[in-house]
Design a protein around this ligand. Structure first.
Ligand SMILES: *[C@@H]1O[C@H](CO)[C@@H](O)[C@H](O)[C@H]1NC(C)=O
Ligand SMILES: *[C@@H]1O[C@H](CO)[C@@H](O)[C@H](O)[C@H]1NC(C)=O
Ligand SMILES: *[C@@H]1O[C@H](CO)[C@@H](O)[C@H](O)[C@H]1NC(C)=O
Ligand SMILES: *[C@@H]1O[C@H](CO)[C@@H](O)[C@H](O)[C@H]1NC(C)=O
Ligand SMILES: *[C@@H]1O[C@H](CO)[C@@H](O)[C@H](O)[C@H]1NC(C)=O
Ligand SMILES: *[C@@H]1O[C@H](CO)[C@@H](O)[C@H](O)[C@H]1NC(C)=O
Ligand SMILES: *[C@@H]1O[C@H](CO)[C@@H](O)[C@H](O)[C@H]1NC(C)=O
Ligand SMILES: *[C@@H]1O[C@H](CO)[C@@H](O)[C@H](O)[C@H]1NC(C)=O
Ligand SMILES: *[C@@H]1O[C@H](CO)[C@@H](O)[C@H](O)[C@H]1NC(C)=O
Ligand SMILES: *[C@@H]1O[C@H](CO)[C@@H](O)[C@H](O)[C@H]1NC(C)=O
Ligand SMILES: *[C@@H]1O[C@H](CO)[C@@H](O)[C@H](O)[C@H]1NC(C)=O
Ligand SMILES: *[C@@H]1O[C@H](CO)[C@@H](O)[C@H](O)[C@H]1NC(C)=O
Ligand SMILES: [Cu+2]
Length: 592
């Protein structure tokens, strides 16, 4: 679904960012949301697996494609049509700094949408951040299926690349167990693992093999014409799979990573972790040797191998479905540690001062990740796990109410590796230039794993990755030699061996960012299993005045109770705050 609004002038846009006096507005029958998503459960069967209960968006997985433009406010109404499950919707990669209650994180930015209620999400993508994103539920394990593509098209800042058409390559995982069984197992003591990925889907279809068992199902078809240029938008919406992938007979020219245009970079293959996105130009052959070529995908860093396929089709629509080849046409590389690190650079050099130097850094926070196995198996960050079972209320709610979680104390945090032990949050002040280092360590039992780390609220400058313990001086020299890094929202913490001694540092990922946006934002591993097992952190950026000052009580009252007046239902229109007072973009203007 394309949601372009008529492009108004820059005048509106400059007004758009000034919120005069936000108040509660009732979205009654005269209000027209820009898009509607309806989330339900249904028993469906996905390739090669028996029917099971699956959370769907508009009846399908993946859900419908959303297309918006940068710099405009959109209202997306999300219905929870499920009778027995909570729901939130997260706009993965969008900073959502403008509309703090619309980030879609349960127990962090909002109460979940109760069964048979709906919530109107307010979305406004800053100009210059057009690119490839996706949406997914942030509740439990629902994101395995309740997800879909979200494309932000360039409007004010033109795309620096020319192409004839774009094509989405949306990757998902299939498991044998249903999401509620998986969720219950992951928080059980002892742990009951989800099982490995049964199939990697491309745009909802897939076939190949899982741990040697053939899955002969029909494949997704990517139709192309000869001699053209396509922008392939790769979206890592998998739950677990870290995919290695390549196209038979074709190279890829990377032009975007996580919503930022890069200088062109040619590659014969891609590695795509959960939460990551890349765009690559595909130059099709003027004279193809055959009419179809396989896209081959394989899981990496797991005990079993899952292999999937899709088809690049130059020919006419086939009369029978395409199925997987009996022999894989490609030998995909093993994991490339530090894939594209220090190699991708912004399309335009960072404006003076926007990429902070090492001297600008005011504080370094190291998040040491570790798997603890004593009773329940949990992932801990600086000794603390975080799951939605921890806070009594969503942080933003508690901070407004000043009740169950007090404002995180910087003093306590500074004395405790950056995390305030009482609120279990990492506080940060506006204006600080942080270096966040994620440090991999041997688990209790010695094992190491990979973790694609994702940040909400802002994109960070990705400083790269390496073995052992982060060394700022060595890395700064490497950055100086390679050129400015790009901004990302999801980057990989690798493992440099399968195991090491308990607690030994082996592998790091480092980010740099200037704190500019007040709010409560998550930083977490995007492997859904790891999230449920505690691999999440909460960051409170800004002081009380800054976090709570944007909109005050009583205007936010409806957000403060589960099922409060911001949640609509069959008998009640929701009353919500318009944080970005963008006349052009707000649902009324289409009307009046
Ligand atoms: C709907 O809401 C608008 C904006 O608040 C208001 O002007 C209008 O009177 C309301 N209509 C009804 C039928 O309540
Ligand atoms: C989702 O489904 C609803 C009705 O079931 C429809 O109104 C809406 O347009 C659909 N959304 C998209 C993005 O296609
Ligand atoms: C739907 O699937 C679940 C397992 O995921 C099963 O328990 C239930 O009986 C199924 N319901 C129907 C109507 O088939
Ligand atoms: C939904 O969320 C509310 C508030 O956190 C919680 O009390 C309730 O148990 C949840 N319901 C389900 C079905 O998970
Ligand atoms: C994978 O297959 C091997 C050999 O067939 C078997 O021993 C193993 O249990 C399987 N692993 C999983 C996770 O299914
Ligand atoms: C990438 O490969 C294409 C040919 O497919 C070539 O035209 C282009 O110059 C290469 N780009 C870079 C950055 O090397
Ligand atoms: C998959 O099934 C098709 C028929 O539907 C058959 O032609 C093909 O050989 C099978 N492929 C494999 C790998 O078993
Ligand atoms: C990947 O690693 C395995 C085990 O180390 C090795 O046997 C295999 O040849 C490697 N494959 C490639 C493509 O490098
Ligand atoms: C929040 O409550 C604490 C006492 O629990 C009090 O010291 C503090 O001043 C309150 N903050 C605000 C903003 O009211
Ligand atoms: C691993 O190290 C931690 C921290 O020193 C310790 O608490 C834990 O007991 C160790 N686990 C094992 C299995 O030795
Ligand atoms: C990472 O460093 C450790 C300790 O020096 C070493 O044992 C391991 O082989 C290194 N891994 C790689 C991939 O270089
Ligand atoms: C928060 O910071 C701002 C700007 O530095 C300052 O004006 C304000 O007094 C601070 N508020 C609190 C509660 O410390
Ligand atoms: Cu992880």
């Amino acid at each position: 679904m394309v949601l372009f609004k008529h492009t108004l002038s820059a005048i509106c846009l400059s007004l758009a960012l000034v919120v005069a006096d936000p108040q509660c507005i009732t979205h009654n029958e005269t209000f027209v949301p820009d898009a509607v998503l309806r989330v339900s459960t249904s028993n469906i069967s996905q390739p090669c697996y028996p029917s099971k209960s699956t959370v769907l968006v508009n009846g399908t997985s993946p859900g419908p494609e959303l297309r918006i433009k940068e710099g405009i406010t959109y209202w997306i109404r999300v219905y929870n049509d499920m009778t027995d499950k909570n729901l939130t919707m997260h706009w993965h990669g969008l900073t959502q700094a403008m509309a703090p209650f619309s980030d879609g994180t349960p127990q962090v930015s909002q109460w979940p949408i109760p069964p048979l209620h709906f919530f109107d999400y307010e979305i406004n993508v800053p100009i210059g951040m057009a690119g490839t994103y996706f949406y997914h539920s942030h509740e439990g394990f629902q994101a395995v299926s309740a997800t879909g593509p979200l494309i932000v098209e360039e409007d004010r800042v033109p795309c620096p690349y020319q192409y004839d058409e774009d094509k989405i390559i949306f990757l998902q995982d299939v498991f044998t167990k249903d999401e509620s069984t998986i969720e219950a197992g992951l928080v059980a003591s002892p742990l009951s693992w989800s099982g490995e990925t049964g199939m990697i889907l491309v745009n909802g279809k897939g076939g190949g093999s899982a741990n040697g068992t053939v899955c002969n199902a029909s494949l997704s078809i990517i139709d192309v014409q000869r001699g053209k240029t396509y922008r392939l938008r790769f979206i890592g919406a998998t739950a677990l799979t870290f995919a290695s992938l390549a196209l038979e007979g074709h190279d890829l020219e990377i032009i975007e990573a996580d919503g930022h245009s890069t200088q062109p970079h040619n590659t014969s293959f891609l590695q795509l972790g959960t939460g990551q996105r890349f765009s690559a130009l595909l130059h099709t052959k003027p004279n193809p040797e055959k009419s179809t070529y396989y896209l081959q995908l394989e899981s990496r860093e797991r005990p079993t191998l899952t292999r999937g396929f899709a088809v690049l089709n130059y020919g006419p629509k086939p009369s029978t479905p395409f199925t997987p080849p009996s022999q894989p046409p490609l030998t995909l590389p093993n994991t490339t540690l530090g894939f594209l690190d220090y190699q991708l650079h912004p399309f335009l050099p960072p404006k003076d001062g926007s990429f902070p130097t090492a001297q600008d850094v005011t504080r370094r926070v190291t998040i040491t990740v570790h798997q603890r196995v004593s009773g329940q198996t949990v992932w801990i960050e600086n000794h603390y796990d975080w799951t939605t079972a921890f806070p009594a209320e969503p942080y933003l709610v508690s901070l407004y109410k000043n009740d169950s979680i007090e404002f995180p104390s910087m003093e306590r945090a500074l004395a405790n590796n950056g995390i305030d032990p009482i609120s279990r949050a990492f506080p940060a002040q506006i204006g600080e230039v942080l270096e966040i280092v994620i440090q991999n360590t041997g688990a209790d039992a010695g094992g190491l794993d990979i973790h694609p780390f994702h940040a909400h609220g802002a994109h960070y400058w990705d400083l790269g990755s390496g073995n052992g313990t982060y060394d700022a001086t060595t890395n700064e020299a490497k950055i100086a030699a390679s050129g400015p890094p790009i901004q990302r929202d999801t980057t990989m913490l690798y493992r440099y061996a399968k195991s090491t001694a308990n607690g030994t540092d082996m592998g790091w990922r480092a980010w740099r960012l200037k704190i500019t946006e007040p709010g409560v934002w998550m930083v977490h591993c995007h492997i859904l299993q790891h999230m449920l097992m505690g691999m999440q952190t909460i960051w409170v950026m800004g002081n009380e005045t800054e976090v709570l000052g944007k909109v005050k009580r009583p205007d936010v009252q409806g957000y403060l109770e589960y099922g409060g007046s911001v949640y609509g239902n069959e008998n009640r229109w929701p009353s919500v705050v318009h944080f970005t007072d963008n006349e052009e973009g707000d649902g009324w203007s289409d009307y009046q």
